[in-house]
Design a protein. Sequence first.
Length: 81
Amino acid sequence: MIAIYVCAIIAVYAGLRVVVEKNTMRKLPFLNVVSFAISGTIALLLPHPLTILAAVAYFVGSTLESNAIASTWAGGIRRDD
């Protein structure tokens, strides 16, 4: 039960930092932490094999989303043609 509370507290803290932080580039790591904490909470909350698959799917999807956001802010793929 303690692990669920720790993940939830981390998610709330990172979520507040995302809302409060003014610099968008400084928000992105906290957005990743929120994704990790939510997927960890999902996996720990319901002890069922399908829950782990749901947590993995959420984790992979949110990681791809965060990478797409970071890539867009960084300027995307640079072509020297």
